[in-house]
Design a protein around this ligand. Sequence first.
Ligand code: NAP
Ligand code: MG
Length: 399
Amino acid sequence: MEKIKMTTPLVEMDGDEMTRIIWQMIKDKLILPYVDLKTEYYDLGLLNRNATRDQVTVDAANAAKELGVAVKCATITPNKKRMEEYPELTEMWKSPNGTIRAIMDGTVFRTPIIIDAVKPMVKSWEQPITVARHAYGDIYKAVDLVTDKPGECTLTFKADDGETTTLSVQKVDGRTIWLGQHNKEASIRSFARSCFQYALNLKQDLWFSAKDTISKVYDGEFRDIFEEEFQNYKEDFEKAGITYFYTLIDDAIARVVRSKGGFIWALKNYDGDVMSDMISTAFGSLAMMTSVLVSPDGKFEYEAAHGTVTRHYYRYLNGEKTSTNPIATIFAWSGALRKRGEMDGLPELMAFGDKLEKACFTVLDAGFMTKDLANIAEEPEKVTVLNTEEFIDRIADNL
Ligand code: NAP
Ligand code: MG
C-alpha cells in the first residue's frame, strides 16, 4: 500500500513518562504504517528542556506559529519533588504549556470524547460540550492583603504620564481581607477571536457567560469586547448557520444542564477552571478529554488534557503491564493530521484522521477498553479489559 503523502510538516512536541511511551507506540503502530509522516521534531522531555535551558520549548512554540499545526505529548512541570527526583535539573523550569500559550497567544478548548459504553451523568447530553477557558488574569494574577485596623482601602491607578485615578474600595472598622485583580483588553480580545474562530471551525454555536449584572464594569467589558469582535465574524456565522449569544452565568449553567450539548461555552479564567472540571467529570473520564490551543490567527496545537500519568510509568519501569488509556493522545494525533490535511488540501490525510478515530470507536463499541473506562461502563458484563499495548494493537488491527 502506498503511504499517504504530506506536504507541510507537523510540529511534533515529544514529552515525558508514560505518555512518552504511548507516543512512540501510537506512531509505530497507528501512524507510520499508513502515513509518510513529516514532522519537525522537538523533544520537550524534561531532561532536554533542562539541557537546552528550555530553549526547545520556545523553539517548538515558534515553529507551531510558523507551520500552523502542532501535536504535543504531556510533559512534566517540575515542582520541588521533581527537583529531588531529577537532581540534574538546574532550574525549576516553567510549565511548557504556559510558555507555549504565551507565545501562541491562544485559548484552550477542552472537549470530551463520547462513547456509547459510558453515559454522561447528565441524561440529556447527547453531544460533547467544549469549554473555552480564558487563560490570563483575574484571580490568577491578583494581589491580596489582610488588614487588622480600622481604616479605608483605596484603588489607585498611576498613569505613566502622571495622571492618577483613585476609588474608595471600602471604609472598615476591623480585620478585613482585600483582593486586587485585573485583565487586559488585548488579552480579552484575542480570547474572543480565538473563540469565534474555533466555533466556525467546529460549526457549533458559541455561548459566553459572565456576571455582568454585579460586576458591571469588569465583566461588562468582557461582554462588550465579545460583542464588538463578533461584528467581524457575524457574516461567517450566518453562512455557517451558527449563532453567538451572551447570557448571565447563572442562566448559562441552567441551560447547559438542560441542553443536548454540541456547543462551545466560553468562560472567564476562574469560571472556566471550575466548569471544565464539572463538565469533564460529568462526561466520564479525564483520559477521554482532548485539548486544543487555538491562536487568534488560526494556529492549532493538539494534546490530551491529562498529564504524564506518573503512577503508571513507574509500573511500566518495573516491567508491569499498564492500564493507561491512550485515546486522548491518539485523538491529539488524529486532530492534528486532519487539520494539516485541511490546511494543505490533502483529503486523504483528513480522511486518515477520521479513520483513526473510527477505529478507536469501533474497538470501544465492541467492549474492548482500558481499566479506567471499564470501571465506569454502563454494562460491565459486556466489557473486555485490555492493557495499554493490547488496546493499541486492537485499534491497529481495526485500522
Ligand atoms: P495525570 O498524569 O493526569 O494522572 C493522574 C491520574 O489520573 C493517574 O494516576 C490515573 O489514575 C489517571 N489518569 C490520567 N490519565 C490517564 C489515562 N490516560 N489513562 C488512565 N488513567 C489516567 O496527573 P498527575 O499525576 O497529577 O500529573 C503527572 C505529571 O503530569 C505531573 O508532572 C504534571 O506536571 C504533568 N501534567 C502535564 C500536563 C500537560 O502536559 N498537559 C497536564 C497535567 C499534568 P490512576 O493512577 O488511579 O489509574
Ligand atoms: Mg481546575
